[in-house]
Design a protein around this ligand. Structure first.
Ligand SMILES: O=c1ccn([C@@H]2O[C@H](COP(=O)(O)O)[C@@H](O)[C@H]2O)c(=O)[nH]1
Length: 235
């Protein structure tokens, strides 16, 4: 798994994905989420992988432990690099996810890293308090989810850049902080609430950044990607 910015391939289908990928002549780190996976199924993972890209399969599983375990066992055969669940599913569910992933990973192959979503980057503290009835600060809630993910032996979490440093302090530098909600300065925020720039993410302790519309919605995706890379790498 490389540490390039992860490009979110949030497209309706295979045609749009391969049209987009034509802009790039190098191996990338890409994210396949619900929108694409639910239209194209596991074949899209195999086809993108054939082009040599690292893959984050972002399906955010959240169900009873037995169901998540079986689903992870099936996903393990796809040979992706990173997969995830919702930490709100609980410790038992996260442990079951890990068991399934380990059981399904073919002998001799590296198991995908497993991370847990804490609070979505589209959520504000006010929303969390009123809609989820969690009476902590957003930072405390994210930190709590990170700690139970660590207790379940997961490899890290999805959080916003704003919580990344605190998680590294509490859970250790090697515990991954994968941060979506990345925007170029002055760019459209869309539905995201807890955002940061790629250089802000580097300074504030992200392990990996996820960038979708700032690149996929650009008139020049390659130029936008290069700008994100150079800010992220600090060049
Ligand atoms: O908390 C989360 C978890 C996942 N995402 C996903 O990341 C990308 C972000 O796309 P942008 O276009 O850069 O906003 C998207 O696929 C989300 O499903 C997230 O944003 N926040």
């Amino acid at each position: 798994m490389n540490n390039k910015p992860i490009i979110a391939l949030d497209f309706p289908g295979e045609h749009e994905v391969f049209h987009f990928l034509q802009h790039f002549q190098e191996p990338l780190f890409v994210k396949i989420g619900m929108e694409l996976y639910l239209q194209e199924g596991p074949d899209i993972v195999r086809k993108v992988k054939e082009q040599g890209h690292d893959i984050f399969l972002d399906l955010k599983l959240h169900d009873i432990p037995n169901t998540v375990k079986s689903a992870m066992k099936g996903l393990a055969h796809l040979g992706v690099d990173l997969v995830n669940v919702h930490a709100a599913g609980g410790i038992q569910m996260m442990e079951a996810a890990l068991e399934g992933l380990e059981a399904g990973t073919p002998v001799g192959k590296k198991r995908a890293k497993l991370i847990a979503v804490t609070q979505l980057t589209s959520t504000t503290e006010e929303q969390m308090k009123s809609e989820q009835q969690i009476h902590l600060s957003l930072l405390e809630s994210v930190l709590h989810y990170a700690k139970i993910a660590k207790q379940a032996q997961l490899d890290g979490v999805v959080c916003s850049v704003h919580e990344a440093k605190m998680i590294a302090n509490e859970c250790g530098e090697e515990f991954l902080r994968v941060t979506p909600g990345i925007r170029l300065a002055g760019g459209d925020v869309h539905d995201q609430k807890r955002i940061a720039t790629p250089d802000g993410a580097r300074a504030d302790g992200s392990s990996l950044i996820v960038v979708g519309r700032a690149i996929t919605g650009s008139r020049d995706p390659l130029a936008a990607y290069k700008e994100v890379c150079s800010l992220w790498e600090g060049n």
